[in-house]
Design a protein around this ligand. Structure first.
Ligand code: CA2
Length: 159
């Protein structure tokens, strides 16, 4: 079988509930960019990093769980903003743990500066790291960190 080359990396970006409303409401918390614009920025960052980026948004927990399962044979890593499911979903946590793909959790807002119920993430214990509070930049920083991690992991396996 052909070995993977540097440009063969593929990342799944998962956006959780209500993030399809970005740009239309609460810009003081979540910024003024639409989700489509954030995806365009991620695609451009992916191109710089020689990494393919795919996107999925759902307002439904089970659909996000299915997306995580389906990532297994298609992608090497997951970038996830689980939205409010961050604070409630054992199912998403278990799905990320089950597929065992490196994942990075991102949030537009700094969840630790907000209401107490946003301070706990069910996801954080099964991801390699979390970036929170930098608006759309959180996604770009998360993508960079994930690609860096995957490349480092790959180099370690090859050496
Ligand atoms: O800061 C983040 O990225 C969050 O994941 C966003 C979630 C929130 O429940 C998390 O605590 C933190 C909410 C996403 C809602 O997105 C909206 C976008 C526009 C208008 C209203 C909601």
């Amino acid at each position: 079988m052909r070995g993977l080359t540097l440009s063969d990396l593929s990342i799944l970006v998962l956006h959780g509930p209500n993030l399809n409303l970005l740009g239309s409401r609460e810009p003081e918390i979540y910024g003024s960019l639409t989700l489509a614009k954030i995806n365009i920025l991620l695609e451009a960052e992916g191109a710089k990093l020689q990494t393919n980026v795919s996107f999925m948004q759902s307002n439904h927990e089970g659909i996000l769980v299915d997306g995580i399962h389906e990532a297994l044979d298609k992608h090497q890593g997951i970038l996830i903003n689980a939205g409010a499911y961050t604070h409630t979903s054992l199912a998403l946590r278990d799905a990320i743990a089950a597929v065992d793909l490196p994942a990075v959790e991102v949030h537009l807002s700094n969840i630790y500066r907000r209401e107490d119920f946003r301070h706990h993430s069910y996801i954080s214990s099964v991801v390699i790291g979390q970036i929170s509070g930098f608006g759309a930049q959180s996604y770009l920083l998360g993508l960079q960190a994930l690609v860096h991690h995957l490349r480092k992991e790959r180099k370690e396996i090859e050496s």
